[in-house]
Design a protein around this ligand. Structure first.
Ligand code: HEM
Length: 455
């Protein structure tokens, strides 16, 4: 007889003993379950029926073929809604399908030239704060830089002095959100707990910024061409008009979703490069050949083939979205020969899928050539999912990839970056990042000895 559930750990006590390890480190828990029981598993956690779906063809079912049978997990969305409202990440159904085309217009390739210039200019400006030979926390630096860039692209505001304050606001929001998402009891927001108070203040900081920008655009004649202005124009022309409050939600969404993930991906990119000197050498050679010392632009991105593969490989090894948002079945649905009953939770972990040797041979080895023509075709569909997949795929994926390539090329032209600490552990706080940041030494290229040549 066919079992009722896919394999997975059972403790005969409704999974009570799994609560603690799952809450303490959900990623380590998911990796452990995958190692022991495979890529499609079931765990009962008290009243929660949780499926880990990490087999590419079943991921396709959840994200694309049978997407209508799922919605994003209420518990995670309740938390995110406080800052992002009914923006794209949170919304479902007709709200989502009305909004997505309006927001999508701002991500058209014709805007990339301007975005690319912002990325390079801001990266150069940030590098002026670094002193060659002195250590920096490159994870923090990338976070503030990504925040400044997204604020400029979305609202056309220069946050240079305010970046740290906003970074702290988003950081305290994220810390509280992680507690809310992993906690077993949902505490009401009106409770005067320090975390809740910090979270409210953080939302206020982001709200003040966005509403002042919307008001400015509604009252001033100065033409603007940032994403907020583009969205406000597209919203008025939408078949069912979209209100300023709805656009506030989309702007908050782009702001939050657009910098935290990008900066985590950048931190992991630097780690990948620092740990693989031969890869670094090839990247430098390519930058030298393509740019010949001049400032990069968005038009150079398609020529920096190898750098793009390294960026992709670093996102494979360390996907910033180590988990996608959880999904909840809204009806009974068949996945992989099992009936997933209404109300069950489904977790997809790009980290687990990316480290499965069936999808990526020698998964722990950094091999950017996996993404070269001739080999990339061997990667199964839905096995490489740093940006998710299906209709809810990341709207910023091309922008983020371009940003990382241009930021990396700009820094590498000037500095050599070396690790000044032991290999960091992972930390999962909504986004996967190096625990405690990433301390590195930046040395001026001119003063660096040429690095070892490939054998
Ligand atoms: C390396 C950087 C980034 C990573 C790794 C990343 C990852 C993701 C992932 C995995 C999802 C899908 C989540 C799910 O289905 O559960 C997503 C959705 C989304 N991302 Fe990104 N993202 C990045 C950069 C950006 C940027 C730069 C923006 C905007 C400026 C952005 C905006 C969004 C939005 C709006 C959604 C929701 C799309 C929808 O449901 O229609 N992301 N992102």
């Amino acid at each position: 007889m066919q079992a009722k559930y896919p394999p997975g750990p059972r403790d005969g006590r409704l999974g009570i003993s799994f609560y603690k390890p799952f809450r303490a480190d959900p990623l380590a828990f998911a990796v452990d379950v995958a190692e022991k029981y495979g890529d499609f598993t079931f765990v009962r956690l008290g009243w929660v029926r949780l499926y880990f779906v990490n087999r590419p063809e079943l991921i396709r079912d959840v994200l694309a073929t049978k997407v209508k049978s799922f919605r994003k997990l209420g518990r995670q969305m309740r938390s995110l809604r406080k800052i992002e409202g009914e923006g794209l990440v949170v919304s479902e159904g007709t709200t989502w399908s009305r909004h997505r085309p309006v927001v999508q217009g701002s991500f058209h390739g014709r805007h990339f030239g301007g975005h690319g210039n912002v990325v390079v200019e801001y990266t150069q400006r940030r590098m002026e704060r670094w002193t060659a030979g002195e250590p920096i926390n490159i994870a923090d630096e990338m976070n503030e830089l990504a925040l400044e860039i997204i604020a400029k692209i979305v609202f056309d505001v220069d946050l240079s002095d305010d970046a740290a304050r906003l970074r702290d606001a988003v950081h305290s929001f994220r810390t509280e959100m992680q507690k809310e998402v992993s906690g077993s009891v949902h505490l009401p927001d009106w409770l005067p707990l320090p975390g809740k108070i910090r979270q409210k203040r953080a939302v206020q900081v982001v709200n003040d910024l966005i509403w002042s920008q919307i008001r400015e655009r509604r009252t001033s004649d100065v033409p603007r061409n940032d994403m907020l202005a583009q969205m406000l124009t597209a919203a008025s022309a939408a078949p069912v008009p979209i209100s300023d409050a709805e656009i506030r939600d989309e702007a908050a969404t782009l702001f939050v979703a657009g910098h935290d993930t990008t900066s985590a991906a950048l931190a992991w990119f630097w780690l990948t490069l620092m740990q693989n000197p031969l890869v670094e050498e090839r990247v430098l050679r390519e930058i030298g050949t393509v740019l010949g010392g001049r400032t990069p632009t968005a038009a150079d991105v398609p020529k920096l083939h190898y750098l793009e593969r390294v960026v992709k490989e670093s996102m494979r090894l360390y996907p910033a979205a180590a988990f996608l948002f959880g999904r909840e079945a809204i009806e009974d649905v068949e996945i992989g020969g099992f009936t997933i009953s209404k109300g069950s939770w489904v977790f997809i972990a790009p980290y687990v899928v990316h480290h499965d040797a069936r999808n990526f041979p020698d998964p722990e080895v950094c091999d950017p050539e996996r993404f070269a023509p001739g080999r990339i075709e061997q990667i199964p569909a839905y096995a490489y999912i740093p940006f998710g997949g299906g209709p809810r795929i990341c709207i910023g994926n091309a922008l983020a990839t371009m940003q990382i390539i241009l930021m990396a090329a700009t820094v590498l032209q000037k500095y050599r970056v070396t690790l000044a600490q032991p290999t960091p552990e992972h930390e999962m706080e909504v986004v996967l990042r190096p625990k405690g940041g990433l301390r590195v030494l930046v040395e001026s290229r001119a003063e660096v000895q040429p690095i070892r040549r490939a054998a």
